[in-house]
Write a protein that binds this ligand. Structure first.
Ligand code: NAD
Ligand code: AKB
Length: 321
């Protein structure tokens, strides 16, 4: 991997992945693209090349891959679970319509392709704890349907055409650089901001709703390590379970209270997002990722919370004496 193009680069993952790739490959080697053009001061525009791109426009993508001489595409553009449930037809159009265009261009231009899947690729019939690498999927959301179909389509392009497709089933991602884009796990980011703004947070998921989570530096490293892994060792190319920690709103609230003792957490459950969360696993088995390319998370709950506050800044008035 020497020169990359990132779709959906202005989002929660792209903001940090673009920076990590530029640190590794050089600023000019990473072309950030997104449907929306961020402000000139935004890191992905200020730190290197940026182009506006709708990922469903294959011709425009092909022209950019050629002019940038990209050898690898990180395809992040998508609608997430909660937004996808409010606009299911648009979620299909962007998530599947975008992916088939990106795969076709990857085939024609012979570039490697990273596409994230999600814990959303599982459903209510999936064994929940642990959720095996290979198991029943049958998700009940449009977002999940596009993730399963996307995993299969990427496998198809690899076996049928030899395209170097790879992907991860990410859990909920926690980060400080960019806001989350409308998912069910967004509470785990919002809670930090509200804790610092007002000392309180109202969770839209119930106290004991357990979901897999990961801190963004681990998620970004996982994507890069997977794309650099020895292809001979990869059996599960497009759908590696990966996880770092299992959180509930109550457990995360406790960890925040260790830094901000006055923090209060209450609950006003949103039935749509609760139903989505209830259909997802409690704990992924990520042993295939560990065995096939050496995956191992570096952040657990305590080190993630500490690093979040180190970046977001804890006002003196709220700090533990
Ligand atoms: P995000 O919503 O923060 O960012 C997505 C970006 O895609 C946005 O900047 C948006 O402007 C852009 N976009 C939307 N439609 C587009 C189009 N037609 N063409 C080009 N760009 C378009 O999402 P994210 O959290 O960064 O997620 C990136 C990928 O990772 C998605 O495939 C998502 O399903 C997956 N994922 C994310 C998480 C998470 O917790 N963040 C977890 C599992 C999987
Ligand atoms: C969402 O909640 O939609 C995402 C995901 C887990 O895919 N964060």
């Amino acid at each position: 991997m020497k020169r990359t193009l990132v779709t959906g680069a202005a989002g929660q993952i792209g903001t940090e992945l673009v920076q990590a790739l530029r640190d590794q490959l050089g600023d000019e080697a990473v072309l950030a693209t997104d449907l929306r053009t961020p402000d000139p001061g935004h890191a992905i525009r200020a730190g290197g090349p940026f182009a506006a791109l709708d990922c469903t426009d294959g011709s425009a993508l092909q022209a950019l891959i050629r002019s940038h001489r990209a050898d690898t595409v990180f395809h992040l553009a998508a609608l997430l679970s909660a937004v996808g449930e409010s606009r299911p037809q648009e979620a299909w159009r962007v998530n599947m319509g975008g992916l088939i265009e990106v795969l076709e261009v990857a085939r024609q231009e012979e570039v490697a392709l990273f596409t994230p899947s999600s814990i959303a690729a599982f459903g209510p019939d999936t064994p929940r704890d642990p959720t095996p690498q290979d198991t029943i999927q049958r998700p009940s959301t449009m977002y999940g349907v596009t993730k399963v179909a996307g995993e299969l389509l990427c496998d198809y392009y690899h076996t049928r055409y030899g395209v170097d497709t790879r992907g991860l089933r990410y859990p909920g991602l926690i980060s400080h650089s960019a806001p989350p884009g409308g998912g069910t796990t967004d509470y785990a980011v919002e809670i930090f901001h509200r804790a610092l703004d007002s000392g309180r947070y109202t969770s839209f998921l119930a106290a004991d709703t357990q979901l897999d989570m990961m801190y963004m530096p681990d998620a970004v490293r996982a994507a890069i390590e997977l794309m650099e892994a020895d292809p001979e060792r990869l059996e599960h190319r497009n759908a590696f379970n990966v996880t770092a920690m299992q959180l509930t709103p109550a457990r995360l609230g406790e960890a925040i209270r260790a830094h901000l003792p006055a923090f209060t957490l209450d609950y006003d459950v949103d039935p749509v997002r609760q139903r989505i969360a209830d259909s997802w696993p409690d704990r992924l088995d990520d042993s295939a990722a560990r065995a096939e390319w050496g995956w191992s998370p570096r952040y657990d709950l305590d080190s993630m919370v500490e690093d979040m506050f180190a970046h977001l800044g804890t006002p003196q008035s709220l700090r533990q004496e």
